[in-house]
Design a protein around this ligand. Structure first.
Ligand code: ADP
Ligand code: ZN
Ligand code: ZN
Length: 739
């Protein structure tokens, strides 16, 4: 056996992680050392012993082996959160294909500069009566941030300063002026050190219903027995999943352990965050992508020191350095945002499973529309399935849903974007003073072409995905490279009315105004909102009844609770069915189910109108009935038939280079390497290989890109092929995506 070397980083909080030092691993430690191991190393000229972490093991010496020092020992007492995170980084590098450096930068918070941390807390100085008066006054004047703070102070004795600024959106200036008026008091660290921070117990503790209880008990039993597993909590919208998470969290926190809650950024509204604060008070911290690196680092430091026990945030909150992690919750686990777009292209669900396993923690995935991936694992018994089938609030019912066939509307002479049914219901709701949401499903928008007469989208004859319109006037398939010139008539029915789909939110807003001039309309899409701050302003204005109709894209249907909405109109449900990728049926089902779940959250029953050119499609049918199992069966059958994940594993490799001939050569070499894999000869199936194909946009900024698709039911074989391809050391940039 050759020599083994360890790359070691010294004290992660101060050094840059991309500057590891290499040491020789002595024979006696070989068996016990791995990525993440805390070690003692002789450091510097004086060879003083210092603590470090192994980030990588290799048989390759970086310089003259004779000059490489030997590491002194394993630091058996040094295992901590950092060790686990480094070991997680190693796993991510292996699993997703990236450099160790990229993986480390993903999991370790890097300190920018040292700033003193100050903890500030806001308390009310008003009597309950005075506070109510101020609340009413603020509501009248539409001081929304102030309303939020006063209502928060009604629920809680004190509000963390950072919560007020980040989630309730009060500016420091506004807080200062309120303090000067004598309404509130901002307390600094020294005043506030009392660890007993009990919230007013006035928060009525919700009594869980039978299904919720069962779900919580299933987790608690395993947890107490010392082997919590992975759970998929499948519950329809409004079934009380959040209450279930919180009850499970309670159990873990009682035990002195810590919890990470992942929530997609778009659903991380103050409404949501406040529910956790109300229940767990000062033990909670929140991060989001608007925080600077330094601010995020501060929150992670507080977690590491044990000052907080619950971290809530998007994907990156997974790397909170808790020492005694007991539970990870991933809400809306099907969300695409849980997958990183940058190398390592990890999926938070998989990385969370890995982290939970290392920490001996439980993992709870929650969704009304679980990903196919998770549901199929649950069915196979890899995850434990927990189900909530009823709405938690007694008086809340599922909305009545109707599918409208837009081809029929055209035939009947209705050229408006609103079906007759939808117009009628909108009229009714406006008269009653109830709220309406109009939703346009705009994903994959405009790049596909469809027929207004028969509703057919132009598809690839080989791949069952929509062809994409290119400015050159060609229609292309991104999976197999098939292409045809743009026809002037529909190939199915001969109608000349074929075109790209082109109705945006702005157009819908205009048309709504024409039809209902008296209605107050708000619009929310990427253009109106000016970043995430804007989203919340619009949503909260709508929540407070400042408009009758909210028009928007998918961002309006995620995780918001509007009790006064009794009508949801989905204007073109099938747009997302034509996105050029195999998961578009799944996304359509998810988004429609979410949209339908928005109506009738309060006391009044709701209506949902789904307008579509493809009323018979199972994604639309199943969403209208809120029938997940039906959807799952059909979609899985489709994936199995066409060999798409999760029926098979799919490895996508992209090669990129400014030199076209290099990309072409690399593509061929990669393909050969995949073909040479011994799987086919050793009794296993040979991998299915497609490509190399040109990327959807072949040349970007003078960089050419080719993509190779490799499928196999055994992930290990795909990992083996990826490793082999990495080892070719091709003169191109490679990126890997394993689905
Ligand atoms: P989900 O996360 O599944 O959409 P939530 O946890 O947000 O559902 O619950 C929906 C609503 O029902 C919330 O207003 C919540 O307070 C309420 N709720 C949840 N569980 C119960 C229960 N057992 N009894 C009464 N109300 C409940
Ligand atoms: Zn047609
Ligand atoms: Zn094709």
């Amino acid at each position: 056996m050759g020599e083994l070397f360890a790359n070691v980083i010294v004290d992660i909080s101060h050094e840059r992680v991309d500057r590891p030092f290499q040491y020789r691993v002595p024979e006696r430690l070989r068996e016990r050392i791995s990525a993440g191991s805390p070690v003692l190393i002789p450091f510097g000229a004086g060879n003083r012993l210092r603590k470090g972490y192994v980030v990588e093991l290799t048989d390759r010496a970086e310089f003259d082996p004779a000059r490489i020092k030997e590491l002194s020992d394993l630091d058996e007492n040094g295992y901590n959160a950092a060790s686990q995170l480094i070991s997680l980084a190693w796993w991510m590098k292996e699993r997703y294909g990236s450099t160790m450096n990229q993986a480390l930068k993903t999991v370790l918070p890097v300190r920018e500069k040292i700033r003193p941390m100050e903890k500030k807390t806001i308390r009310s100085c008003l009597t309950e009566k005075e506070r109510k008066e101020q609340l009413v006054l603020a509501e009248k004047k539409h001081y929304r941030a102030r309303v939020r703070l006063f209502s928060a102070l009604t629920d809680m004795e004190e509000v963390p300063y950072e919560l007020a600024v980040r989630q309730l959106k009060l500016t420091p200036a506004a807080l200062k002026s309120m303090e000067e008026k004598g309404w509130i008091r901002v307390e600094r660290e020294s005043v506030y050190r009392n660890p007993v921070k009990q919230q007013k117990e006035k928060e009525q503790k919700i009594l869980l219903n039978g299904e919720q209880r069962k779900a919580v008990d299933a987790f608690c039993r395993d947890y107490r027995a010392g082997h919590p597993g992975i759970y998929l909590l499948h519950g329809i919208t409004g079934s009380g999943k959040t209450e279930v998470y919180m009850e499970m969290m309670e159990e873990v926190l009682r035990d002195g352990k810590q919890v990470i809650v992942l929530i997609p950024e778009i659903a991380l509204t103050y409404q949501t965050v406040m529910r956790f604060y109300r229940r767990f008070g000062q033990r909670v911290s929140v991060i989001n992508s608007r925080l600077s690196k330094g601010e995020r680092y501060d929150q992670f430091e507080r977690a590491r020191k044990g000052e907080i026990q619950v971290m809530i945030g998007p994907r990156s909150a997974l790397f909170t350095p808790f020492e005694h992690l007991g539970l990870i919750v991933i809400d809306e686990e099907q969300e695409g945002a849980y997958k990183s777009e940058l190398a390592p292209r990890y999926h938070a669900r998989e990385a969370a499973a890995r982290r939970a396993e290392m920490a001996g923690a439980g993992l709870v995935l929650g969704s009304a529309t679980p990903s196919l991936e998770s549901y199929s694992r649950a069915i196979k018994g890899e995850y434990r399935l927990l189900t909530l089938t009823e709405r938690a609030k007694k008086d809340s019912r599922l909305a009545e849903t109707e599918i409208v066939d837009l081809r029929e509307e055209l035939k009947a002479g209705n050229r408006s974007i609103f079906s007759r049914k939808l117009q009628e219901l909108m009229d009714d709701r406006l008269k009653k003073g109830e709220q309406i949401m109009l939703f346009i499903n705009r994903r994959g928008y405009s790049s596909f072409v469809s027929c207004r007469s028969c509703g057919e989208a132009l598809k690839c004859p080989h791949c069952d995905v929509s062809l994409t319109y290119h400015r050159s006037g060609m229609l292309k398939c991104h999976y197999c490279g098939y292409e045809i010139p743009m026809p002037d008539r529909c190939p199915s029915c001969g109608s000349p009315y074929i075109a790209g789909f082109g109705t945006g939110t702005q157009k819908i807003e205009e048309m709504t105004r024409q039809l209902f001039p008296q209605a107050r309309i708000l619009r929310m899409d990427a253009d109106t909102t000016g970043g995430k701050e804007g989203h919340e302003e619009i949503l909260s204005a709508f929540y407070q009844g400042e408009a009758d109709i909210l028009v928007g894209t998918q961002m309006i249907v995620k995780g918001h609770d509007f009790p006064r909405v009794t009508l949801v109109g989905v204007l073109a449900a099938d747009i997302s069915l034509h996105a050029p990728d195999y998961a578009c049926g799944e996304r359509t089902f998810q988004i429609l189910t979410q949209a339908a779940g928005r109506a009738g959250r309060g006391n009044a029953a709701g209506n949902v109108v789904i307008q579509t050119y493809m009323p018979e499609h199972y994604s639309i049918q199943a969403a209208a009935r809120q029938d997940y199992e039906e959807f799952y069966e059909k979609e899985m059958a489709y994936r199995r038939m066409l060999h798409y994940p999760p029926a098979l594993g799919l490895l996508v490799i992209q090669a990129a280079s400014p030199k076209e001939e290099e990309v072409i050569r690399a593509g061929e070499k990669m393909r050969r390497m995949a073909e040479e894999d011994p799987a086919g000869r050793s009794g296993e199936k040979a991998p299915e290989i497609t490509g190399p194909l040109e990327a959807p946009v072949y040349k970007v900024n003078d960089i050419y890109r080719k993509i190779l698709y490799i499928k196999h039911e055994n992930y290990d074989i795909l990992l083996r092929i990826r490793k082999k391809i990495e080892e070719l050391e091709l003169p191109v940039m490679l990126s890997f995506d394993l689905q």
